[in-house]
Design a protein around this ligand. Structure first.
Ligand SMILES: Cc1cc2nc3c(=O)[nH]c(=O)nc-3n(C[C@H](O)[C@H](O)[C@H](O)COP(=O)(O)O)c2cc1C
Length: 368
């Protein structure tokens, strides 16, 4: 059956009893496309910002402190491995590798959407990373639009209990659903449903975009219903409109090309939300995901108001690689150490002993 034929089925059946075969083939498509193709939107984030160098830092490099508080826990780095995969054999391997590293380096990690687990509990073992990383701070994930296609609060709580999740993320992905052949496009009344989830589940709720960014107006609405954190998920990294175009036939591919660079850049979205946060006195942590490719960008994101920076594609590719005789685990560690080193060097060379101090060292275009 073609994706289009399957999608006709799923549009009728679009509930949590949805066709698991379709979800498996979608997960595998996403993994192989992200592994092998150029899937990013254009433009480097944060390139117009720079730190004032400090020639005389007056402290030892070893005193640089990269620790950050997020959702009630202190992490060693302001880096979050953003939710990506799971539910298929390859996804399970990737998640286990990422979870081992996240636990070792004391950083939080997201899982990819667990919708499959709600269609059949046999998929649980393909998301369960607790057996390899019992102490990792783990964030669950579903599409917010699923709340209009049969998923209920009890289902989310079931995922939280079964996978022993520390937080839950609902993703907003309107563009992806529009271009995805089998996309779910009824986004009506979701804010109310999000509010209900916030009030009912036992862990903090994060709302995340997946590459189009969050405007300050939408940020305000999300804050008004009490979400615990917002990930601005902006343009500049993995482009889900484009990826779904690559999975499509006919005009889907052209739409994917057309919308490859849709949205607000991660830096624009972060700065706009961060300004509003200051102006209205919100006390809600922002996450900056989308095109974060090194520790210098992480430092800039933190300086401009992010509590955490989310990293996806570079760690996904490291977790799937088998190059240079290194194991995927070693490659992920190496990549994360690259982020860590560049972040520490940025802090030292701009005279910031702590992450808080970074904000007074950044210059460039107007900051918040
Ligand atoms: C292979 C892959 C699968 C993904 N699956 C999900 C998902 O299930 N749920 C979600 O919220 N985001 C998903 N994402 C999006 C990421 O969480 C992130 O928002 C996006 O990749 C941008 O970050 P990047 O530019 O660092 O990759 C996925 C990303 C990748 C690379």
């Amino acid at each position: 059956m073609s994706i289009e034929e399957k999608s006709n089925n799923s549009n009728i059946l679009s509930t949590i009893e949805d066709n698991p075969e379709l979800m498996i083939s979608r997960k595998n498509d996403h993994i192989s496309i992200c592994e092998t193709k150029d899937v990013e939107s254009l433009g480097e984030n944060f390139s117009q910002y720079f730190f004032t160098p400090e020639a005389l830092p007056e402290f030892h490099f070893n005193e640089v402190n990269t620790s950050q508080k997020f959702l009630g826990q202190t992490f060693s780095l302001p880096i979050l491995i953003t939710g990506m995969t799971g539910g298929v054999a390859k996804g399970q391997e990737i998640n286990e590798t990422l979870a081992l590293v996240a636990q070792k380096y004391n950083i939080p990690m997201g899982l990819g959407s667990q919708k499959m687990m709600l269609s059949d509990s046999k998929f649980q073992k393909l998301f369960d990373v607790r057996k390899v990383a019992p102490h990792v701070f783990l964030i669950g994930n579903l599409g917010a639009v699923s709340l209009n296609y049969g998923i209920k609060t009890e289902d989310i709580q079931r995922l939280i209990d079964k996978l022993q999740l520390n937080a839950f993320a609902l993703h907003l992905n309107a563009l992806q659903e529009c271009i995805q052949p089998e996309g779910e496009r009824n986004f009506s009344n979701l804010l109310n449903k999000i509010e209900n989830i916030v009030k009912t589940i036992s862990v903090p709720l994060i709302i995340k975009e997946v590459g189009s960014g969050i405007s300050p107006e939408t940020f305000k609405k999300l804050v008004s219903v009490g979400v615990a954190s917002v990930d601005v998920g902006g343009k500049g990294g993995t482009s889900w409109g484009y990826i779904e175009g690559l999975r499509s036939q006919n005009d889907g591919q052209r739409l994917g090309e057309l919308f490859r660079n849709w949205g607000m850049r991660t830096d624009e979205s972060l700065l706009a939300c961060s300004r509003l946060k200051k102006e209205l006195g919100y006390n809600i942590p922002l996450v900056a995901t989308g095109g974060m490719r090194n520790g210098l960008q992480v430092a800039k994101a933190v300086a401009l108001g992010a509590t955490m920076a989310g990293v996806g594609l570079p760690l996904f590719r490291a977790a799937i690689s088998n190059e240079n005789g290194s194991t995927p685990l070693e490659t992920v560690e190496k990549e994360l150490q690259f982020f860590q080193k560049a972040l520490s060097i940025t802090m030292f060379c701009s005279g910031a002993r702590t992450l808080k101090e970074l904000s007074s060292r950044i210059a460039g275009v107007t900051k918040c």
